[in-house]
Design a binder for this molecule. Structure first.
Ligand SMILES: [Zn+2]
Ligand SMILES: [Zn+2]
Length: 265
């Protein structure tokens, strides 16, 4: 039994499901838990109200749902923080006030541009844009400290539709990836396998194999669902791939501590 560790409800500006609807769908899909990791992107370019919400309201809504299902199904209070270096202090001072089960640290914005917009790629090569993205991930991962899993390290490939082969290959960025992996391992921060990305573009398993080789043991599995249909998307397909890379367990977090769930195929 697994937990979907990355989902967005209507607390996220782009979320299309209520937490209750998500719990019902997750139970139907035989999950044992779900983490509601709504977007918190401080100073998102263009509109600072986008991807922001009241954490007080979030906890007021989610905690009773967590209590209602306790013993039967686990609901985790969580957040997906969008890292940007220039607002390090602001981000920390806000998230440190709340008692989350789980925090994902993600890079959505690179030099004030979200690859989602398409602008990021205009007139530029795969090499140039992929390098810029992974450099930003590297800098964020080194700077920020209060998070439990690094979200979608190859987020940008979802939107790189102009390139014929948009997989993020470990061998092309091995220097950065090795440093990122070593850092995560030394800080007990998990590596996220984000199935929203791999539903669209194949994962280069060398990334996982190398992480494992360096001593990495903690991978989280998240669908990045914004609507009920996408909860646990392609978990069935990706679990054998994770196992083939040498992992017997995936992890989810409760009260900021990893819990290992055995992969049973
Ligand atoms: Zn994200
Ligand atoms: Zn997300």
């Amino acid at each position: 039994m697994y937990t979907d560790t990355h989902t967005h409800t209507t607390f996220s500006s782009d979320g299309k499901m209520s937490p209750e609807e998500a719990v019902i769908a997750a139970k139907e899909k035989n999950l044992s838990g779900i983490a509601f990791t709504d977007h918190f992107d401080y100073d998102y370019p263009g509109n600072n109200h986008e991807f922001r919400y009241s954490f007080d309201e979030y906890f007021d809504k989610i905690v009773p749902i967590k209590e209602k299902y306790a013993g039967d199904f686990s609901v985790y209070t969580a957040v997906e923080v969008g890292f940007q270096k220039h607002v390090y202090n602001e981000i920390n001072s806000i998230i440190n006030k709340y008692d989350f089960d789980f925090i994902i640290g993600s890079t959505h914005v690179i030099n004030r541009v979200d690859p989602y917009s398409g602008e990021f790629y205009k007139g530029r090569s795969k090499e140039e844009t992929y390098l810029e993205y992974i450099k930003a991930v590297y800098e964020n991962v080194m700077l920020f400290d209060n998070y439990d899993a690094m979200g979608h390290f190859d987020y940008h490939i979802r939107y790189a539709t102009m390139f014929k082969n948009r997989t993020f290959y470990y061998k092309d960025f091995s220097d950065y990836m090795d440093e990122i992996f070593k850092h995560l391992i030394s800080k007990n921060i998990a590596l996220e396998i984000n199935t929203s990305t791999y539903q669209k573009v194949p994962l280069d398993t060398q990334n996982l194999i190398r992480y494992k080789e360096l001593g990495g043991e903690m991978v989280t599995l998240g669908s990045d669902a914004h609507r009920v249909e996408d909860i646990a998307r392609i978990f069935k397909e990706i679990l054998p791939i994770i196992k083939d890379c040498g992992f017997d367990y995936i992890v989810h977090f409760e009260q900021r501590k990893p819990v290992f769930d055995k992969i049973i195929l």
